[in-house]
Write a protein that binds this ligand. Structure first.
Ligand code: NDP
Length: 334
């Protein structure tokens, strides 16, 4: 079993020497466990949070030498578990950056490769899509005709949040880094508009794109992007705090937060959530998202790398915004 271990805690943006490729015997499942041979790994920004040991993170820190955290899809190749048989396809939320993992089935979903290829079960029909769906269903609760703004809109979670809100007949405005990503969000995902947050007139462009103000802000980024959206929130607005990626590589004190007086005056609802608390809704999610996917209304784009040893470079690229779509690593050649 080859695995990528954390070799050092990154200071700021990770560098390749923070990771080490380790080879060990393939683990053997015990009673009530099964062995999964990974085919595709999903790279998640939350792995960066686990590389730090600062207090206050929701994610338990990795120790030096631990396998880097992440989702994987693959096949069961040996089983001593009554509910999982050899040959079945699964998505395991904590499979990690490695060739194989042993699990007792906790936070493992069976997947249907006839509905969608394996990588989709890491993205639109997997953790990314379900994160978007939970955030909107439970916190954003957008109504038809409302304006929904999504940051990191071309990314794995953001592209799904945008498409769910569109399916629910909202007016969706994306925010993304660069003209290529914005063009993708409008031309391929069908958003009403997408604004480049790196443009010097970002704030003016965003205001012009939201003439009715913002009813729901799906927050993936934090920092300067949040500061720009904040004044546009309407009375009764909802802020879905899904992620704060602009702050994950930060060293030291947190950035100043938004104006709390607005939460009072505008009767805002600002709520965070963590998907792993909500996985009991997976079947409900797959029923709705699977149907949208089948009808071509939930598009998925992967940003693929090939070979386990590419995972650190692909992860660093994602943290720099050099991915377009869900960052995945295929362990078998296409
Ligand atoms: P993405 O596919 O969206 O990739 C990350 C993107 O973040 C980059 O492409 C980049 O897009 C953007 N980004 C990176 N740095 C910055 C920055 N400094 N300022 C603005 N944008 C930046 O990743 P995911 O879809 O997997 O994750 C999106 C968010 O969802 C993350 O914050 C993640 O932590 C969160 N998440 C939360 C979960 C939960 O349970 N609450 C579960 C899963 C994910 P661009 O070029 O457009 O800037």
């Amino acid at each position: 079993n080859r695995r990528i271990a954390l070799a050092a805690r990154p200071r700021g943006l990770p560098v390749p020497s923070d990771f080490a490729l380790v080879a060990e015997p393939v683990p053997v499942p015990g009673a009530g466990q099964f062995l999964v041979a990974h085919e595709v790994l999903g790279l998640a920004p939350a792995a960066r949070l686990r590389m730090s040991d600062e207090a206050g993170s929701y994610a338990a820190p990795l120790q030096i030498g631990d396998t880097v955290y992440g989702q994987a899809v693959g096949r069961v190749v040996a089983s001593r578990h009554p509910d999982f048989r050899e040959g079945e396809w699964v998505m395991t939320m904590a499979g990690g950056w490695q060739d194989y993992s042993v699990t007792d089935g906790t936070k493992v979903w069976k997947i249907d490769p006839a509905l969608a290829p394996p990588a989709v079960w890491l993205g639109a029909l997997g953790v990314s899509g379900m994160t978007a769906w939970i955030g909107l269903r439970e916190i954003g609760r957008p109504r038809a005709g409302e304006t929904v703004v999504v940051s990191a809109a071309s990314g794995a979670v953001g592209s799904c949040a945008a498409q769910f809100a569109q399916a629910w007949e909202c007016r969706v405005i994306g925010i993304a880094g660069g003209t290529d990503k914005c063009r993708y969000a409008v031309d391929s995902l069908g958003l009403a508009a997408c604004v480049d947050y790196r443009a010097p007139d970002f704030a003016e462009q965003l205001r012009a794109a939201c003439p009715q103000g913002v009813d729901v802000y799906f927050e993936n980024v934090g920092g300067a992007v949040r500061e720009t959206v904040w004044p546009l929130l309407n009375q009764g607005g909802r802020v879905v705090v899904c992620g704060l990626i602009s702050e994950y590589n930060r060293q030291g004190a947190p950035e100043p937060g938004p104006a709390w007086s607005d939460v009072l005056a505008k009767r805002l609802c600002v709520q965070g959530f963590i998907l792993s608390d909500r996985v009991h809704r997976q079947a409900e999610f797959v029923a709705e998202a699977g149907e949208l996917y089948r009808r071509g209304r939930l598009r998925f784009r992967e940003d693929a790398s090939f070979g386990l040893e590419q995972a650190p470079a692909a992860f660093i690229a994602m943290l720099q915004g050099r991915n377009l779509g869900k960052s995945v690593v295929h362990l078998t050649e296409p």
